[in-house]
Design a protein around this ligand. Structure first.
Ligand code: SF4
Length: 202
Protein backbone atom coordinates (compact mmCIF):
# COMPACT_ATOMS: atom_id res chain seq x y z
CA UNK A 1 0.00 0.00 0.00
CA UNK A 2 1.43 3.43 -0.87
CA UNK A 3 1.73 6.29 1.63
CA UNK A 4 -1.35 8.12 0.39
CA UNK A 5 -3.51 4.97 0.62
CA UNK A 6 -2.35 4.43 4.21
CA UNK A 7 -3.18 8.06 5.04
CA UNK A 8 -6.65 7.58 3.49
CA UNK A 9 -7.17 4.42 5.56
CA UNK A 10 -6.37 6.33 8.76
CA UNK A 11 -8.79 9.10 7.77
CA UNK A 12 -11.46 6.50 6.88
CA UNK A 13 -11.07 4.78 10.27
CA UNK A 14 -11.44 8.18 11.95
CA UNK A 15 -14.62 8.90 9.98
CA UNK A 16 -16.13 5.48 10.77
CA UNK A 17 -15.49 6.02 14.48
CA UNK A 18 -16.58 9.66 14.62
CA UNK A 19 -20.04 8.66 15.87
CA UNK A 20 -21.95 11.42 14.11
CA UNK A 21 -25.57 11.23 15.39
CA UNK A 22 -25.25 7.55 16.38
CA UNK A 23 -25.79 7.89 20.16
CA UNK A 24 -27.58 10.58 22.21
CA UNK A 25 -27.86 12.68 19.03
CA UNK A 26 -24.29 13.93 19.55
CA UNK A 27 -22.40 15.19 16.51
CA UNK A 28 -18.87 14.04 15.62
CA UNK A 29 -17.50 17.38 16.90
CA UNK A 30 -19.36 16.95 20.20
CA UNK A 31 -17.99 13.41 20.66
CA UNK A 32 -14.52 14.65 19.97
CA UNK A 33 -14.97 17.40 22.54
CA UNK A 34 -16.22 15.03 25.23
CA UNK A 35 -13.34 12.63 24.59
CA UNK A 36 -10.84 15.46 24.85
CA UNK A 37 -12.21 16.78 28.15
CA UNK A 38 -12.27 13.23 29.55
CA UNK A 39 -8.56 12.72 28.80
CA UNK A 40 -7.04 16.19 29.24
CA UNK A 41 -5.25 17.13 32.44
CA UNK A 42 -6.41 20.05 34.60
CA UNK A 43 -4.04 22.49 32.82
CA UNK A 44 -5.47 21.62 29.41
CA UNK A 45 -9.23 21.52 29.94
CA UNK A 46 -9.68 24.89 28.25
CA UNK A 47 -11.26 26.04 24.99
CA UNK A 48 -7.92 27.13 23.53
CA UNK A 49 -6.22 23.79 24.30
CA UNK A 50 -9.18 21.93 22.80
CA UNK A 51 -9.03 24.14 19.67
CA UNK A 52 -5.34 23.19 19.24
CA UNK A 53 -6.08 19.49 19.80
CA UNK A 54 -9.03 19.43 17.43
CA UNK A 55 -7.17 21.51 14.80
CA UNK A 56 -9.98 24.03 14.66
CA UNK A 57 -10.44 27.73 15.36
CA UNK A 58 -10.99 29.03 18.87
CA UNK A 59 -14.41 30.38 17.80
CA UNK A 60 -15.61 27.01 16.51
CA UNK A 61 -14.25 25.20 19.59
CA UNK A 62 -15.94 27.74 21.84
CA UNK A 63 -19.33 27.21 20.17
CA UNK A 64 -19.10 23.43 20.54
CA UNK A 65 -18.06 23.67 24.20
CA UNK A 66 -20.79 26.22 24.91
CA UNK A 67 -23.42 23.88 23.41
CA UNK A 68 -22.23 20.98 25.57
CA UNK A 69 -22.36 23.16 28.69
CA UNK A 70 -25.93 24.23 27.92
CA UNK A 71 -26.94 20.59 27.33
CA UNK A 72 -25.45 19.56 30.68
CA UNK A 73 -22.48 17.48 29.42
CA UNK A 74 -19.77 19.89 30.68
CA UNK A 75 -19.48 22.38 33.55
CA UNK A 76 -17.35 25.53 33.61
CA UNK A 77 -15.35 26.89 36.52
CA UNK A 78 -12.42 29.24 37.16
CA UNK A 79 -9.02 27.62 36.67
CA UNK A 80 -7.15 27.08 39.94
CA UNK A 81 -3.89 27.64 38.02
CA UNK A 82 -4.82 31.00 36.54
CA UNK A 83 -7.88 32.83 37.90
CA UNK A 84 -8.50 34.51 34.51
CA UNK A 85 -8.97 31.33 32.52
CA UNK A 86 -11.94 28.99 32.55
CA UNK A 87 -11.73 25.24 32.95
CA UNK A 88 -14.31 22.72 31.73
CA UNK A 89 -15.06 19.35 33.33
CA UNK A 90 -17.29 16.44 32.39
CA UNK A 91 -20.56 16.10 34.29
CA UNK A 92 -22.15 12.75 35.19
CA UNK A 93 -24.22 13.12 32.00
CA UNK A 94 -21.01 13.57 29.98
CA UNK A 95 -19.41 10.51 31.59
CA UNK A 96 -22.58 8.50 30.98
CA UNK A 97 -22.58 9.47 27.27
CA UNK A 98 -18.95 8.36 26.99
CA UNK A 99 -19.86 4.95 28.36
CA UNK A 100 -21.70 4.48 25.00
CA UNK A 101 -18.95 6.02 22.88
CA UNK A 102 -19.06 4.82 19.22
CA UNK A 103 -15.22 4.85 19.33
CA UNK A 104 -15.39 1.72 21.50
CA UNK A 105 -15.73 -0.51 18.38
CA UNK A 106 -12.31 0.65 17.20
CA UNK A 107 -10.92 0.38 20.70
CA UNK A 108 -12.09 -3.24 20.91
CA UNK A 109 -10.58 -4.02 17.49
CA UNK A 110 -7.23 -2.63 18.68
CA UNK A 111 -7.50 -4.84 21.76
CA UNK A 112 -7.58 -7.91 19.48
CA UNK A 113 -4.14 -7.14 18.00
CA UNK A 114 -1.10 -9.04 19.24
CA UNK A 115 0.69 -7.02 21.98
CA UNK A 116 3.77 -6.39 19.79
CA UNK A 117 1.65 -5.15 16.87
CA UNK A 118 -0.42 -2.97 19.22
CA UNK A 119 2.70 -1.38 20.74
CA UNK A 120 4.21 -0.79 17.31
CA UNK A 121 0.96 0.81 16.16
CA UNK A 122 0.89 3.08 19.24
CA UNK A 123 4.44 4.26 18.73
CA UNK A 124 3.95 4.76 14.96
CA UNK A 125 0.78 6.82 15.51
CA UNK A 126 2.56 8.92 18.16
CA UNK A 127 5.39 9.62 15.75
CA UNK A 128 2.99 10.49 12.90
CA UNK A 129 1.05 12.85 15.19
CA UNK A 130 4.27 14.62 16.23
CA UNK A 131 5.42 14.95 12.60
CA UNK A 132 2.13 16.36 11.33
CA UNK A 133 1.65 18.69 14.34
CA UNK A 134 5.29 19.86 14.03
CA UNK A 135 4.91 20.60 10.33
CA UNK A 136 1.96 22.87 11.20
CA UNK A 137 3.66 24.50 14.20
CA UNK A 138 1.04 22.99 16.54
CA UNK A 139 1.49 21.23 19.88
CA UNK A 140 1.47 17.43 19.57
CA UNK A 141 -0.03 16.77 23.02
CA UNK A 142 1.19 13.90 25.14
CA UNK A 143 1.32 12.70 28.71
CA UNK A 144 3.60 13.42 31.65
CA UNK A 145 5.27 10.00 31.49
CA UNK A 146 7.01 10.93 28.23
CA UNK A 147 7.46 14.68 28.89
CA UNK A 148 10.76 16.44 29.55
CA UNK A 149 9.10 18.56 32.27
CA UNK A 150 8.22 15.66 34.56
CA UNK A 151 10.16 15.61 37.83
CA UNK A 152 10.08 12.63 40.17
CA UNK A 153 11.35 12.29 43.68
CA UNK A 154 11.26 9.89 46.56
CA UNK A 155 9.83 11.56 49.61
CA UNK A 156 12.20 11.60 52.57
CA UNK A 157 9.69 9.94 54.87
CA UNK A 158 9.20 6.48 53.44
CA UNK A 159 9.67 5.48 49.84
CA UNK A 160 6.53 7.00 48.39
CA UNK A 161 7.10 8.51 44.94
CA UNK A 162 6.01 12.09 44.33
CA UNK A 163 5.70 13.93 41.03
CA UNK A 164 5.72 17.53 39.86
CA UNK A 165 5.68 19.54 36.66
CA UNK A 166 8.86 21.62 36.30
CA UNK A 167 7.30 23.87 33.68
CA UNK A 168 4.09 24.77 35.52
CA UNK A 169 5.59 24.34 39.01
CA UNK A 170 2.62 22.26 40.08
CA UNK A 171 2.40 18.96 41.95
CA UNK A 172 1.09 15.97 40.00
CA UNK A 173 -0.70 12.89 41.30
CA UNK A 174 0.24 9.43 40.01
CA UNK A 175 -3.12 9.22 38.23
CA UNK A 176 -2.38 12.49 36.36
CA UNK A 177 0.57 10.97 34.51
CA UNK A 178 -1.37 9.49 31.58
CA UNK A 179 -3.59 12.50 30.92
CA UNK A 180 -3.21 14.61 27.77
CA UNK A 181 -1.40 17.93 28.14
CA UNK A 182 -1.14 20.90 25.78
CA UNK A 183 2.24 21.85 27.30
CA UNK A 184 3.77 18.42 26.63
CA UNK A 185 7.28 18.32 25.17
CA UNK A 186 8.91 15.06 24.22
CA UNK A 187 11.79 14.10 26.49
CA UNK A 188 15.02 14.34 24.41
CA UNK A 189 15.80 10.66 24.88
CA UNK A 190 14.72 7.81 27.12
CA UNK A 191 18.03 7.96 29.00
CA UNK A 192 17.75 11.71 29.59
CA UNK A 193 14.14 11.31 30.67
CA UNK A 194 15.08 8.59 33.12
CA UNK A 195 17.88 10.71 34.57
CA UNK A 196 15.52 13.62 34.96
CA UNK A 197 12.78 11.52 36.53
CA UNK A 198 15.20 10.00 39.02
CA UNK A 199 16.51 13.36 40.17
CA UNK A 200 16.00 13.65 43.88
CA UNK A 201 14.82 16.74 45.68
CA UNK A 202 17.02 17.92 48.52
S1 SF4 B 1 5.07 17.32 32.97
FE1 SF4 B 1 4.70 17.88 30.82
S2 SF4 B 1 2.83 16.78 30.27
FE2 SF4 B 1 2.93 16.85 32.54
S3 SF4 B 1 1.80 18.69 33.16
FE3 SF4 B 1 3.97 19.29 32.93
S4 SF4 B 1 4.14 20.04 30.81
FE4 SF4 B 1 2.24 18.86 30.96
Amino acid sequence: MDNRSIAQSIAQLARMSAGDGQVCGLTAAQWSTLRFFARANRFSRTVSAFAEFHATTRGTASQTVKGLVSEGYLTRSRSDLDGRSVRFDLTDKGRSALSQDPLDALSEAIGKLAPGVRNQLASSLKRLTEEVAGSRGKPSFGSCRFCCHLACALRKSGEEQSYACDLLEQPLAANDLDDLCVNFETAPSDAAARARRNRKTS
